[in-house]
Design a protein around this ligand. Structure first.
Ligand SMILES: C[S@@+](CC[C@H](N)C(=O)[O-])C[C@H]1O[C@@H](n2cnc3c(N)ncnc32)[C@H](O)[C@@H]1O
Length: 270
């Protein structure tokens, strides 16, 4: 049974995250936008830390692009899946994955300062730390292990996006919202247990205080956020979909779009 704490979820969800069906255009929006920004800011080659990299989806994607990658996650279960998937890769890609280690982003002391040419922390590990001190420590560690002027990419769960999600998906939890403004945790009784939800400004501020020069922030569901059905419908007409994807990429970094997304990606340089 899936445990309902964030850590328990990833320990218990097994292959759910890896096997998530790719047929939904809506779910591809996040991936398309994240990859767009990785391509924009990653150096042409180098050693990347995939922190909170879970089942290794982005580790593998980066290794396929020729980067050397270290995957770190706190979930033994997700790392076991990553190891299975990595074992299936062609040797030339597999050899780019230098290590798969269990650990927490709060303590990266096994890596020297400036060890990585880039650090990615994608899809929310920072939001899974509900104690303020833990988030502070993790941001500090992510900044520390990136080489000077190396890019750092981090996504977190969005506070404003979560408010809209309650309206659209969990209206029965509306009564929890006044408390959510205070706690920033558990906006619903049915999802996202033990997570912290950020405003864009808070996330930018967290990284900036750790010496990361933030260059861009992005809503990774963009203007499609919470419009799953119409996004999927649009994707069935290729000409319209091509135009909409351009619109998403053109607008996802506008301040009026960033906060309402479910996840916020912040990019900066250490
Ligand atoms: C939604 S998954 C995303 C995995 C991967 N980055 C991706 O985009 O497919 C979030 C991951 O963060 C990991 N995580 C949560 N808290 C963490 C921590 N303190 N240190 C390292 N990993 C953590 C979880 O175990 C889980 O694998």
């Amino acid at each position: 049974m899936v445990n309902d704490t964030a850590h328990g979820y990833h320990e218990g969800c097994g292959r759910l995250e890896w096997d998530r069906p790719p047929e939904s255009a809506y779910s591809q929006v996040e991936h398309t936008i994240i990859v767009h920004y990785l391509d924009k800011y990653l150096p042409p080659k180098g050693l990347v830390l995939d922190a909170g990299g879970g089942n290794g989806r982005y580790t593998i994607e980066l290794a396929e692009r020729g980067y050397q990658v270290v995957l770190l996650d706190r979930s033994a279960a997700q790392l076991a899946i990553a190891k299975e998937e990595v074992a299936r890769l062609p040797k030339v890609v597999r050899d780019n994955i230098l290590d798969i280690v269990q650990g927490s982003i709060e303590d990266l002391s096994e890596f020297e300062s400036g060890h990585f040419d880039a650090v990615v922390c994608i899809r929310g590990a920072l939001s899974r730390l509900i104690e303020r001190d833990a988030r502070e420590k993790a941001a500090e560690e992510l900044a520390r292990v990136a080489r000077p002027v190396g890019p750092v990419f981090a996504t977190v769960l969005s506070f404003y996006g979560a408010l809209r999600k309650v309206l659209s998906e969990y209206p029965e939890d509306m009564h929890l919202l006044p408390e959510f403004f205070e706690s920033r945790q558990k906006p619903t009784s049915t999802a996202y247990r033990d997570c912290f939800f950020f405003t864009p400004e808070e996330m930018v501020d967290l990284l900036a205080r750790k010496g990361i020069e933030v260059v861009e922030y992005v809503g990774v569901q963009g203007l499609s956020a919470h419009l799953k059905d119409v996004t999927d419908e649009c994707s069935r007409t290729p000409e319209r979909w091509a135009v909409w994807k351009e619109v998403l990429l053109k607008t996802c970094n506008h301040p009026s779009v960033v906060g309402v997304s479910d996840h916020i990606l912040v990019i900066g340089f250490a």
